[in-house]
Design a binder for this molecule. Structure first.
Ligand code: AMP
Length: 216
């Protein structure tokens, strides 16, 4: 892969494996991975002007205003030689339009993972609160059911991981991002990959990016 222009957006509901796929894309194609959530968290922890504004919204589970997000993201990608992987942005139609007006986008990868798969996956997650250790009934079970391997203490399900809460989050995501997906679909930039496992989706995404964007 030569270092030609490659501007990729990744989209997908919470729990779809966006983190896993993003880090694989970033490492296989040597792209800087820009996560809008991580950028905001850095600003918040540093107590910057943007961080103070962002905190008011993120702490309420609300979206940060478009204008703030657009200037934050445009500033972050301006020095990266037209090679980046954007994750978490755009979340709204005005953000998508502002991005198109200022920089080009080569492709939008959409992880189309069924809601039922995400709910099932999250449903089995159990945490040991004092240490933060995370288990999964099926994929990463503790040695003794429902007990932490190191302390023997009880594991709990985070309220956030309750199926009803997850369902609500997914509905919220779907209604919020539908217009953005439609927008990229019309521009013929949207590439959806449907499946339930990151390990199955990844080779398809890698092949697609190589065939479309490799000059070797
Ligand atoms: P994330 O880690 O992507 O879930 O982002 C954490 C929080 O940051 C979100 O719940 C929003 O409050 C805020 N945020 C991240 N990206 C955006 C965006 N593109 N537009 C507005 N708010 C955002």
């Amino acid at each position: 892969m030569t270092s030609r222009v490659l501007r990729v957006i990744i989209m997908g509901p919470p729990g779809a494996g966006k983190g896993t796929i993003s880090s694989r894309i970033a490492s296989a194609f040597k792209l800087p991975h820009l996560s809008s959530g991580d950028l905001l968290r850095t600003h918040i922890s540093q107590g910057t002007h943007i961080g103070r504004e962002a905190k008011r919204y993120t702490s309420e589970g609300l979206l940060v205003p478009d204008q703030t997000m657009v200037s934050l993201i445009l500033d972050s990608i301006s020095g990266s030689e037209l090679r980046w992987l954007l994750d978490g942005f755009p979340r709204t139609l005005p953000q998508a339009k502002a991005l198109s007006e200022n920089v080009g986008v080569d492709t939008v990868i959409n992880l189309d993972v069924p809601d039922s798969t995400i709910i099932d996956r999250i449903k089995g997650r159990r945490v040991h609160l004092p240490s933060g250790r995370v288990y999964h009934d099926e994929y990463n079970p503790p040695k003794v059911a429902r007990l932490d391997d190191h302390t023997g203490e009880e594991l709990i399900q985070r309220p956030d991981d309750h199926p009803d809460t997850v369902r609500e989050r997914l509905q919220h995501y779907n209604s919020q991002t539908r217009p953005v997906l439609d927008y990229y679909e019309k521009l013929n930039l949207l590439r959806s990959f449907t499946g339930t496992e990151s390990d199955v989706l990844w080779p398809q995404i890698e092949t697609f990016l190589h065939s479309e964007f490799s000059t070797e």
